[in-house]
Design a protein around this ligand. Structure first.
Ligand SMILES: [Zn+2]
Length: 163
């Protein structure tokens, strides 16, 4: 892919892609909400500040952009030709950080799910969201069978209401 942007333009463009309330994340949130799941968002007290936290299911969901999080063997992930080394080291660092956070969370007893941006294209969205629901239902059944109490500080993030 030829890169026609100056480094500065690219940086601005990339910054816009990043961050809270990105579109793929909204798709997942709206879906979960419509399925009756209630969750917290961007919980700072957990490693990696997971996008969605389903406390009762002891489950966190990361909705990852394929570029920033370096989705391997994905067509959405291609390093820009300009400053390739810069981007490679940056994205490698992001990957390592993601892996570290997932390990920490699992050690703390959380289920960690990752949904990739490329799994939410109009063609694959339905399949992805249905399979996410199935995995959550399985956890829900398991948690009903074996009730446990979990706690998070209440002042963290308010329970979200979607428009
Ligand atoms: Zn991808």
């Amino acid at each position: 892919m030829p890169d026609h942007m100056t480094p500065e333009q690219r940086h601005r463009c990339m910054s816009r892609i990043r961050g809270k309330d990105t579109k793929p994340e909204m798709l997942v949130r709206r879906w979960l909400w419509s399925q009756g799941y209630r969750y917290r968002l961007h919980v700072k007290s957990l490693p990696g500040r997971p996008d969605v936290v389903l406390r009762k299911l002891r489950t966190v969901i990361f909705v990852n952009g394929c570029f920033w999080h370096g989705h391997e063997s994905c067509r959405g992930f291609r390093l820009p030709e300009t400053n390739e080394e810069f981007w490679r080291s940056k994205i490698d660092a992001n990957r390592r950080r993601d892996a570290r956070n997932a390990t920490l969370l699992r050690r703390m007893g959380w289920h960690v799910f990752t949904v990739w941006e490329c799994q939410l294209t109009p063609d694959s969205r339905r399949h992805t969201l249905l399979s996410l629901s199935r995995r959550l239902s399985a956890l829900l059944l398991a948690s009903c069978a074996r009730p446990t109490r979990y706690s998070l500080p209440d002042d963290e993030t308010a329970c979200a209401a979607e428009p």
